[in-house]
Ligand binder design. Structure first.
Ligand code: ACO
Ligand code: ZN
Length: 165
């Protein structure tokens, strides 16, 4: 059953379904240098469909966000061990950017991660990726750490996180 979460003009923001995975992999290939196996996409959808969300216009996928959950040390509290949501990947096709779709995907994934009772939500982003860093900051994520040579090509990442209440 399709769960439509919100509409932005002609764009539906809804939970992903198994038939969305191939189009999502195609968007990922076009937009980001980090790719994943088919099995990984399937397992994320099986584990937290609440935070695996697509943007669709006229039946075509144009963006996605996918997340996982994990237990680990807090990005905020000293000595805290917490349940964390983790944005694995988000992208919107270039021609559909700057219309609020990225923001809607992040906001809906925050809602999904809250349903999974996570204490915090975090992600890594290239230090040079100003568009993404600005979007996350606008939505309340803060840079908590710099991860040196995090990416295969040697670039550093910011670890950005938000506390969920
Ligand atoms: N008119 C004009 N501008 C608008 C409108 C509008 N109607 N709606 C939103 N905007 C502006 C926003 O204010 C924002 O501006 P700002 O950057 O100056 O603050 C800007 O458009 C972007 O916001 P959104 O539209 O919500 O985001 P978008 O749909 O463009 O997606 C994303 C952002 C996902 C980062 C996109 O740039 C992308 O796919 N990039 C390539 C892939 C990528 O880098 N992904 C992130 C990697 S990190 C990770 O995956 C954890
Ligand atoms: Zn990550």
């Amino acid at each position: 059953m399709q769960v439509i979460l919100r509409q932005l003009g002609d764009c539906n923001i809804r939970r992903a379904e198994p038939t969305d995975l191939i189009p999502i992999m195609e968007i990922n290939l076009k937009t980001l240098p980090e790719h994943y196996s088919d099995y990984f996409y399937e397992s994320l959808l099986a584990e937290i469909p609440e935070a695996f969300i697509v943007a669709e216009i006229a039946g075509q996928n144009i963006g996605y966000i996918m997340c996982k959950t994990e237990y680990g040390f807090s990005n905020f509290k000293k000595l805290g061990f917490v349940k964390k949501g983790h944005v694995v990947s988000i992208a919107v096709l270039e021609e559909y950017r700057k219309k609020g779709i990225g923001q809607a995907l992040v906001e809906e994934s925050v809602n999904g991660i809250k349903l999974k009772k996570c204490d915090e939500f975090y992600l890594e982003v290239r230090c040079s990726n100003n568009d993404a860093v600005r979007l996350y900051e606008k939505l309340g994520f803060a840079i908590r750490q710099k991860l040196n040579t995090y990416y295969r090509d040697g670039e550093d990442a910011y670890l950005m996180a938000i506390e969920l209440t």
